[in-house]
Each structure stands twice: as C-alpha cells, then as structure tokens.
Write a protein of this length. Structure first.
Length: 300
C-alpha cells in the first residue's frame, strides 16, 4: 500500500466519521448496549464455571460403613479403596471420631443432642477423587462401584448439586452462544444500515471517483475502516459499562446481609475474553460494511 493511499484512507475515514456524528453515536450506543447484555451472560458463565471447577476440586466422597462390620475388615477395605484408579487418597473416620466432629459442629446447640443415647453415627471413609474423575459421570460410576461392596452401607458425594451446577453451566454456555449469534446478526444489520446512509449521502462524490478511475477497492477502504471503528468503539464502551456494573454488584455483595453472598468470590472477564469481545466488535463492523458495500457498488 502506497503512503498517499494510507493517508487518503485515514483522512477520508475521519472526515466521514465527523460528517455522520449523530449516526455514529446512535450506532456505537446500540452496539455498546447490546454487547453489554451479551457481556453479562459471559460474566455469569465465567464465574459459574469457576465456581463449578472450584467445587469439583473440593468434591470428596463419603463411604458409610455397615454398623455390624468387624474392625478387622476395615484395613483390607481401605487397601482395596486405595488401589482403585479413581481414588487419590483415603481417610478413615471411626464412629467415635464421627460423633466428636458432629458434637463440635453443634457447639452452642447441645440441647439438640439431649435425647440421643449411644452413638448412632456409622464409621466411614473420606475419599478424595482424582481430578480427571471429578465430574458427574465419573463420580456416579465410582459411587455405583463402591455401593456393590458388601461392607458399604451408603455412598454420598453431593450428586444432586454437582449435577445441577454442571447442567446450569452447560445451559448458560448454550444461551450465551444463542444470544451472541442473535446479537451478531442484529448488529451487523445496524452497522450495515448506518454505512448505507453514509453511502447514499456521498453518492455523487463516489460517482465522480468512479468516473476518474477509482477502483472499488479504493472506494471501499474508508467505509470498511469506519465499520470496524464503530464495532471496536462500541465493544470498548460495552466493556466499560460491564466493568461499572460488575463493580457495583461486587460492592452490593460486600454490603449484603446474607453471609453466603458476602463471601462469594467473583472475577471480571479474563483478558482473552476482553480481547475477544473487541475483536468480535471489529469483525462485526467489517462484516456489516462488506455486505452493504457489495450491494451498493453492484447496484450503482
């Protein structure tokens, strides 16, 4: 690309942007608001996915043993459990230790234990699962295997919330893709129409350029840059709006009277997603411009 061509592209783009300030502001504002909505879905997905991964890493399995199980069988069962490929570590909790832990958790509410006689709690094994098996399918298969052991009374691993959280994250991923696709189509249409208005306003000028021998590529350049400019500026504004909303929400959580919300750890979009959102805006602007320019130049 020759230097004068580059200068022409920059000056023509700046001139076009100045001439269509109102149209540009409307287009950029629409893009910013639309991508902010999409960004909210991304934020929720990113944080839910992080929570799901964190909880999965903390997932452990509790294997409750039968009350009548002789103590001599416990070491053999522990050895068998340690040999299973899915299990990382095994810790035995005796009936007495289980009762002590239970009593510690009820400190200040000892009246709840007033009618309890003896020790109704079973002995158990606390099992840590290897990372590659920390998913609903892997945990379910392991639990089914362990429940077949004659020494085992019951296996628990919080299957309900683990399956629900995994399903929610999967659903949110699909919703984000669907919303993103709809927004892409809608915003391409908006950018396409704003470029079209600019083209109609400068039709005579473009006709003269064609008469003096300007190629379609030469004519298209400033409008393509203008479309990319609208997309990138709109997505930048969306990130700014999203960051403000995120900080307001985090401040609300810190002041919340709900203990669970107060200690909920959230994070903003990672750098790669922020760059992706900017690129998404730029590609969207370029695509909208290409569609309009192709139709316009073929018609006139």
């Amino acid at each position: 690309m020759r230097f004068y061509h580059l200068v022409y592209l920059v000056t023509e783009t700046c001139s076009s942007i100045k001439q269509t300030k109102v149209t540009n502001l409307i287009a950029i504002g629409t893009i910013a608001i639309s991508l902010s909505i999409f960004g909210v879905f991304l934020l929720v997905y990113v944080n839910l996915n992080a929570i799901a991964q964190k909880w999965s890493e903390a997932v452990h399995m509790t294997i409750y043993l039968k009350n009548e199980l002789p103590e001599g069988q416990i070491p053999a069962l522990e050895k068998t459990l340690k040999e299973l490929k899915q299990i990382e570590s095994v810790s035995f909790v005796s009936k007495e230790e289980a009762l002590r832990i239970f009593q510690d958790r009820l400190k200040g509410q000892e009246s709840l234990l007033a009618g309890m006689t003896g020790n109704p709690l079973p002995a158990s094994f606390e099992v840590k699962i290897k990372k590659r098996y920390q998913n609903p399918e892997g945990m379910k298969m392991l639990a089914a295997t362990l429940e077949k052991f004659q020494e085992v009374e019951e296996v628990q691993y919080g299957q309900d919330w683990l399956e629900s959280l995994t399903a929610l994250v999967g659903l949110l991923r699909l919703v984000s893709l669907f919303v993103g696709s709809l927004l892409f189509a809608a915003l391409v249409f908006i950018i396409s129409n704003t470029i079209k208005l600019t083209l109609y306003a400068r039709k005579e000028e473009l006709d003269i350029m064609r008469l003096v021998g300007a190629t379609d590529g030469f004519i298209k350049g400033p409008f393509l840059i203008e479309g990319v400019f609208r997309g990138v500026v709109g997505s930048s504004c969306a990130l700014f709006i999203l960051y403000l909303v995120y900080n307001l929400f985090v401040s609300y959580l810190k002041q919340s009277s709900y203990l669970l919300l107060k200690f909920l750890s959230l994070s903003f979009l990672p750098t790669d997603l922020m760059i992706g959102l900017l690129l998404f805006g730029g590609v969207m602007g370029w695509f909208g411009s290409v569609l309009t320019l192709r139709r316009f130049l073929n018609t006139y």
